[in-house]
Design a protein around this ligand. Structure first.
Ligand code: CUA
Length: 370
């Protein structure tokens, strides 16, 4: 029989029933599936044992964690099954040394193809529907919602409470069990507002206001993280959210409003909670601007307890004179400190800050040399 004739007879008969390489073995496919199922069960057990999530502190965290577990339970067997078939085939059906012949010419297998199209289609559709239901539920408008505006800027987050006379703060404080509707914007590039414990993450995209809802349900202090590479100071773009009882939130709001109202003069009470000595009282207005404008995100300043190193240490200025400090704030590219690059510091502080705020900041920085 020639090769050609053999191919033709094989095609007429369909795939060969017995391959010489698996002769004597009863059910290689059943054995392969058996191994795959076993490996899948082990894989699922391992993935469920891993503690993937940080502490949960929002009312939607439970739903999101369950969704994630379901995704793992569905995707682990797919991966494990494919790998089992691939590895098993490579090992079991390996050509004998010296065997240079072609493999059997197998064309299609309708039953197998229907199975491997239908099962993934049903799985993906079911997961999409499940995901949509969860998203729709956690994004639903709530009663008694509090809007908080979040603004990302290289390299800091700032927050605004429109219902509290548009109070602007650098720390995010939320009352426990009160639904929050975050409206997220950016002043420059793309950032991503992420609070892992809330299971909440949303990009801040230039020209858009994105929105995300969350109801914090556990008091505590959690990190606010930027999750989008946004420049040299990206890794320093971390702040905190404090979830506190309603009464504590109210008193914090009035404290902040007082500080903001009396902050311009600088002669008011020392900045909240700083517990500083006398030398800090004089610079309290400047210090508040130093933190609220985000300087601490990039610059070290011993007096303000900041040790960031994206930009020059502002406690060790190369030229500690008013002209240079002022110019460096409003026109950061004018004179670049040795060892640092142009274009890293945002050039919009001249517009962001009022003249009085810049005066107070310059005064504070000059007083904080040492
Ligand atoms: Cu902002 Cu990374």
């Amino acid at each position: 029989m020639t090769d050609r004739e053999r191919v033709q007879t094989d095609e007429a008969k369909g795939p060969p029933e017995t391959d010489p390489r698996i002769e004597g073995e009863k059910h290689p496919v059943a054995r392969m599936i058996g191994l795959g199922v076993l490996a899948s069960l082990v894989g699922i057990a391992i993935t469920l044992l891993i503690d993937w999530f940080p502490e949960d502190a929002s009312s939607s965290a439970g739903q999101i964690d369950t969704l994630y577990d379901v995704l793992l339970i569905c995707s682990v067997p797919v991966f494990v099954l494919v790998m089992t078939i691939a590895i098993y085939s490579v090992v079991r059906f390996r050509a004998k040394p010296g065997d240079m012949g072609d493999g059997p010419p197998i064309h299609g297998n309708t039953r197998l193809e229907v199975i491997w199209v239908t099962i993934p289609f049903l799985m993906v559709t079911a997961l999409a529907v499940y995901g949509w239901i969860v998203l729709d539920d956690i994004e639903a408008k709530q009663q008694d919602e509090m809007v908080v505006r979040v603004t990302g800027q290289q390299f800091t987050w700032s927050f605004e409470y429109p219902a509290e006379d548009k109070l602007k703060t650098r720390e995010l404080v939320l009352p426990v069990d009160r639904p929050v509707d975050f409206r997220i914007r950016t002043n420059d590039v793309i950032h991503s507002f992420w609070v892992p414990q809330f299971r909440l993450k949303s990009d801040a995209v230039p020209g858009l206001t994105t929105s995300i809802r969350v109801t914090p349900n556990k008091e505590g202090r959690y990190e606010v993280v930027c999750a989008e590479l946004c420049g040299l100071g990206h890794s320093t773009m971390r702040q905190f959210v404090r979830v506190v009882p309603e009464s504590e939130f109210d008193s914090w709001i009035s404290e902040q409003q007082e500080a903001a109202g009396g902050g311009g003069g600088g002669e008011g009470e020392p900045a909240e909670e700083q517990g500083g000595g006398e030398e800090q009282a004089a610079g309290s207005a400047g210090e508040q601007i130093f933190t609220s404008a985000g300087c601490a995100g990039c610059h070290a300043l011993a007096a303000a307890g900041s040790d960031a190193d994206v930009g020059p240490d502002l406690g060790q200025l190369s030229q500690a004179n008013e002209r240079y400090v002022r110019e460096s704030i409003v026109d950061p590219g004018a004179e670049i400190a040795e060892g640092f690059e142009d274009g890293v510091m945002p050039a919009n502080f001249g517009e962001e800050l009022s003249q009085e705020e810049i005066d107070a900041l310059v005064k504070y920085l000059l007083e904080s040399q040492g």
